[in-house]
Design a protein. Structure first.
Length: 250
């Protein structure tokens, strides 16, 4: 058996109770990492993810809260440091979306919730984790193909995803002297509980060729593993595009 890519690493992943985040959490655990999860509301799903990680022989801890709350971020990071001894890899994956066919119908509360969840919370949590990171540590942010292509029904969501790209590139520049790598993953259409709840999408036929259907969370998770591991030691400030062939020029 070859060496595990994330042996003895401690990882914090947001939004890992389902979808892409959960797929990343399980893949990282398979590769030797202990995984802490921040989730917003679905405790049953989070408990299930925790159990699955522990069944892989790795430690796991789950924390419920809002990453848009700076105090929650700071308190949770302290708890993870106490339990795991530190954090080597941060995956900022939490996000939400509220489709609207017209800008005139956008609700202020939903706009603010989207920005708090998708980008403000990302910055606040990264700020809290950053003092624990050291040379060789990694930050991976989940953006989206919508950052490059736009989306007619997701104006505010697309705007936050564009902000994530700029945040990733800027933090990568700031972090280079510290030896900390900062990258992002920009999936195209993915079959997740969020997209099903938002748009009523049903899962595609898994027998279709990869480029003719939505990606599975597991297919996207491999990009996160690449960026988290030493395989990508020369990569920082970049965005991977597991999007089924969309040309986004980004």
């Amino acid at each position: 058996m070859g060496k595990l890519k994330l042996e003895s690493k401690s990882v914090l992943i947001t939004g890992a109770d389902s979808g892409i985040g959960k797929a990343v959490a399980l893949l990282f655990a398979e590769e030797g990492a202990d995984v802490a999860i921040i989730y917003h509301s679905d405790r049953e799903r989070a408990e299930e993810a925790k159990t699955q990680i522990e069944n892989l022989g790795k430690r796991s801890a789950i924390f419920q809260g809002d990453v848009g709350d700076a105090a929650f971020c700071e308190e949770t990071v302290k708890k993870i440091q106490s339990e795991f001894g530190g954090i080597d890899i941060l995956v900022n994956n939490a996000g939400t979306q509220f489709p609207s066919e017209s800008i005139e119908d956008l609700e202020e509360e939903n706009i603010r919730t989207t920005f708090n969840s998708n980008i403000i919370g990302m910055i606040l949590l990264t700020k809290a984790v950053y003092p624990l990171l050291k040379q060789g540590s990694v930050i991976i942010n989940t953006t989206s193909a919508t950052a490059y292509q736009g989306h007619a029904e997701l104006l505010d969501y697309s705007a936050t995803k564009g902000a994530i790209v700029s945040f990733t590139r800027s933090l990568a520049l700031q972090s280079k002297p510290k030896g900390i790598r900062v990258n992002a993953v920009a999936p195209g259409p993915v079959a997740t509980p969020l997209t099903k709840e938002t748009f009523g999408d049903e899962e595609d036929d898994p027998d279709k060729p990869p480029f003719e259907r939505k990606a599975t969370p597991e297919e996207v998770a491999a990009s996160f593993l690449f960026l988290a591991s030493d395989d990508s030691v020369q990569i920082t400030g970049q965005v991977l595009h597991p999007n089924g062939g969309l040309v986004v020029n980004g």
